[in-house]
Structure formats: structure tokens, C-alpha cells
Design a binder for this molecule. Structure first.
Ligand SMILES: *Cc1c(COP(=O)(O)O)cnc(C)c1O
Length: 475
């Protein structure tokens, strides 16, 4: 086999550039990326010929040069981040982006984000305005607080609060509340970062009023309560409520801070969910500063919302750190829209996707699950597909023990393993993330919108996902 001859039969760059398909690529994308792809694919081809011992295989590979260039250019222009279908039944899945934004909200958001906006411009007065102004009054109305602001996320909120109110001093926290949120966000570490000194009181399971009272010194700058949102201590337990801490704080003229984590504005127990203390309740009990996430049970954009007494919020707004943690126009706009829905519980539950999914009745989910099963069965796939009861979770470190009865399409593949099917589903053009239980792949319908049912069924057929050998996908 004459390798030199093979190398010489690779088309030259200028010849390739004349090629109609390549010309079309340059028109659709750009000359720069097409040139980069040409060089990449040429290098790959030369290496292939160098290692290959069969002339036929080499010639075939040379023929594939143009289509390979096309694929490489297309891949360079295809974002890696994409929409996925969440079949896990975990509503606030942190790895899958937590709370989805409602479609109506997104439409209005896109108008704001694609143009200019009054983000920091007061249209009344015709001068500089405040980026929190769009939702501050709304937050105060909904929660009963005097003032409000928001930063990048709740971790940032905790950091900003401690840095603004307790830097160089001590903050008293119960040992039962030294939470790790995940992603290595730990209360003691945040405390250290913020420049405040942690004073632990009580034990893991029990903390008493006296523990707090005895821990307060000249150096104490605040009392901190952390809602144990992602775990539960049960059995022989005791903790001290906000209302009990207020007299201690008043006596020493220091604030009581509460990190609520999830932050719910409506009473979810009406929908059969375990009662979670609401934000309004914290404020009513006298908490001076309260913070919570924007994209957990609130169902909004990623944000850390801080509410409380005006004098404290003003201190935070003036803190240099705030500039580094500030929210963008997208978040400000989305927060206002989501909070407006909370003006009535009815619109909140109807228009905020997370609340809709949590409060959906089992009958409703079952109807949808039957529909998904029907669509999948219509495709005549080599699998047994049937309706199966399952349990959804809230997720995102909220209500860790909560299980919501739900319904799934259960898929038992006939020709491939469950692990293989799960992997193939992840690689579809619109990836589908299921829950796998023993020898079944479950698609929990509580977290799948109806509009995706067809997408799932069609992809399964098109990509022969249940056959022994499937069609290799793009992703
Ligand atoms: C989730 C959580 C946080 C962190 O909130 P993010 O918005 O994810 O940064 C902080 N504190 C508590 C108690 C939480 O549950």
C-alpha cells in the first residue's frame, strides 16, 4: 500500500473551498470556523492514514472528509447547554436547573432582555433608579417586611447579611443548625468568609433558651437561625423559636437573622404537603432579617432574597460586597413577575410551574401518565410499557422527607439492559433523564409537561432507542 499516494489524494484546502457543500457552510456559519474545521479534519485524516493498514478503509475515510467537516462546523455552533426532559419526578432538581420559568413569564422576559429596560432608571423622575425598586414594595406587601433586596443566590445572601451586620463580632448559632447545603456550602465556612466568629450553642439534638442567653457577650453582633431545610432531626429534640429569641436580642440590641433556605409564601399543607414555616410567619414573629432562595419553593429565578428592617437592609445595600453579588436585569424582571403572581394564591399555583407541579392532583398526573403510555405503545417499541405508581420528591434541599404520590410510564426494555436504555436516553437530541428503579426505567409524569410527550415518543422511534443497536446520536 502506497501511503504517499494516499496522502496526495487528500483534496487540497483551496479545492475543498470550491466545493459547493463547503461554500454553503461558509455562507451559513463563517469562513473562520469552516477553515478551523478543515484543518482539524485534515489532521485527523492524516493521522488515520498513518495508522491504518487497509487501503480501502483509507479511501473511504478520504471520501468522508467533506461530511466530517460539515459535522464539525455544525458541532462548533451547537451550544452544549440544552433543554432536557426531567422524568425523575424531582421537582427542584438542582442539577437540572431547579425551578423552570413559566412560558408566559419567559415571553415578557425576552422583550426586556433583548432590548433596553428601566432596570436602574426611574421613569417618573427621569433619573437614576434602584434595581431592587421593581420588586421591593411587592416583597414588603407579601411578607410584611419594611424593606427588601436580592442578590445572586441565597448563599450570597447569607454571606452579605453576616458581612454587613456581624463582621468582626460573634454570631450565635445552635449546633443543631450548622447546615451543609451541598456544593460545600457550610454555615461555619460562610461565617468565616464573612469575617464573623461562630459561637456554637446547645447540642445536635437539643438547644435551650438558656444556651442562647448565656452565649451572648459584648462581642455578640447577631443571633442566627438556620432552617434545617435539607435534613430533619427527629426524636428527643428541642430548638428555640424566633419568637423566643427576640427578647434576648432586644435586651442586647442585636438583630435576629433567619436563613429560611427555601422560603415559601403560601401554606402548602392545604395541598397535602408537610407544613413549612412561611416567610410571612418569620417576619410576624419578629425576625429582623430573613433570607431565602429565589429558585426553590418560591419557583422563580436563581436569587437570594433578603427582607427585614429598613436599617439593616440599608446597611447591606451600602456594603461593597453587594456590588459583587448583584442580580442582573433578567433576574430582577423575573422576580417581579413571579412575586406578582403571589398577590393571589390562585394565580401563584396556576402560573408558577413549580407550584403547579407540587399541587397537581394524582388523578391529573394519572391521566397524563396514561396518555404518555398510550403514545409510547403506539410506536410499537420492543418494550413493555405500562402505567406504574411512583413517588415524586420536592428536591433542591427542601422538604427532604416529603414523598408525593405520582404516576409514571414504566419501561421494561426487551432487547437491552435498563442501564443501556438510561444511557441512550441521555444522549438523545432532547435528552430524557429518567429515574431507574431495579429493572425498570420510570418516567415520572409529574415533572414532564404534556407538550413533551410527543417529543419523547418520536425520539424513541427515530433513534431506535430500544433496539439492539441504536442510531448513534449527536449528543
Ligand atoms: C438552599 C439553601 C441555601 C443556599 O441557597 P442557594 O439559593 O442555593 O444559594 C442556604 N441556606 C439554606 C438553609 C438552604 O436550604
Amino acid at each position: 500500500m502506497n501511503k504517499n499516494m494516499l496522502y496526495r489524494s487528500i483534496p487540497k484546502v483551496d479545492v475543498l473551498l470550491e466545493d459547493e457543500a463547503i461554500q454553503e457552510l461558509i455562507g451559513r456559519y463563517s469562513r473562520d470556523t469552516v477553515m478551523e474545521a478543515i484543518h482539524m479534519e485534515m489532521d485527523k485524516l492524516r493521522r488515520f492514514i498513518g495508522e491504518c493498514e487497509e487501503e480501502e478503509a483509507c479511501r473511504a475515510q478520504i471520501k468522508r472528509l467533506a461530511p466530517n467537516i460539515e459535522r464539525t462546523v455544525a458541532a462548533m455552533h451547537t451550544p452544549n447547554m440544552c433543554m432536557v426532559i426531567n422524568g425523575t419526578g424531582t421537582i427542584l432538581h438542582t442539577n437540572l436547573g431547579r425551578a423552570p420559568i413559566g412560558q408566559e413569564h419567559m415571553k415578557r422576559l425576552s422583550a426586556i432582555a433583548t432590548g433596553y429596560s428601566n432596570l436602574e432608571y426611574n421613569l417618573e423622575a427621569g433619573r437614576r433608579g434602584e434595581r431592587y425598586s421593581h420588586f421591593e414594595k411587592l416583597l414588603c406587601k407579601l411578607t410584611g417586611a419594611e424593606a427588601a433586596m436580592a442578590v445572586n443566590n441565597n448563599a450570597a445572601a447569607v454571606m452579605l447579611i453576616l458581612s454587613s451586620l456581624a463582621k468582626g463580632g460573634e454570631v450565635v448559632v445552635s449546633r443543631g443548625e450548622l447546615v451543609e447545603i451541598g456544593g460545600k456550602f457550610r454555615i461555619p465556612d460562610v461565617m468565616e468568609q464573612s469575617g464573623a466568629v461562630l459561637v456554637e450553642v446547645g447540642t445536635t439534638n437539643k438547644t435551650h433558651y438558656d444556651d442562647y442567653e448565656n452565649a451572648v457577650t459584648e462581642e455578640t453582633k447577631a443571633l442566627l437561625k438556620v432552617h434545617t431545610s435539607n435534613y430533619r432531626i427527629v426524636g428527643f429534640t428541642q430548638s428555640v423559636g424566633i419568637d423566643e429569641l427576640i427578647p434576648i436580642a432586644k435586651k442586647h440590641n442585636i438583630p435576629v437573622i433567619e436563613d429560611l433556605g427555601s422560603g415559601v409564601l403560601i401554606d402548602l399543607s392545604r395541598y397535602g404537603i408537610t407544613y413549612e414555616p412561611t416567610v410571612q410567619e418569620s417576619i410576624a414573629k419578629g425576625a429582623d432579617v430573613v433570607c431565602f432562595s429565589g429558585d426553590k419553593l418560591l419557583g422563580g429565578p436563581q436569587a437570594g432574597i433578603i427582607i427585614g428592617r429598613k436599617k439593616y437592609i440599608d446597611m447591606m445595600k451600602k456594603n461593597q460586597l453587594t456590588r459583587a453579588l448583584r442580580i442582573d436585569k433578567f433576574t430582577a424582571a423575573a422576580l417581579e413577575m413571579v412575586l406578582q403572581e403571589y398577590l393571589s394564591e390562585e394565580t401563584a399555583v396556576r402560573n408558577i410551574p413549580v407550584l403547579g407541579m407540587i399541587t397537581r392532583s394524582l388523578e391529573d398526573v394519572e391521566q397524563d401518565a396514561k396518555e404518555l403510555c398510550r403514545l409510547l405503545n403506539e410506536e410499537g417499541l420492543p418494550a413493555r410499557i405500562e402505567l406504574a405508581p411512583c413517588e415524586s420528591q420536592i428536591g433542591g434541599g427542601s422538604l427532604p422527607l416529603e414523598r408525593i404520590p405520582s404516576m409514571a410510564a414504566a419501561i421494561h426494555p426487551e432487547k437491552i439492559s435498563v442501564a443501556e436504555l438510561e444511557e441512550r436516553m441521555r444522549h438523545l437530541p432532547v435528552p430524557v433523564i429518567p429515574r431507574t428503579v431495579n429493572d425498570t426505567v420510570l418516567l415520572d409524569v409529574r415533572t414532564i409537561e404534556r407538550r413533551f410527550f410527543k417529543v419523547i415518543a418520536e425520539q424513541f422511534t427515530q433513534h431506535k432507542i430500544l433496539e439492539e443497536s441504536s442510531i448513534k446520536n449527536k449528543r
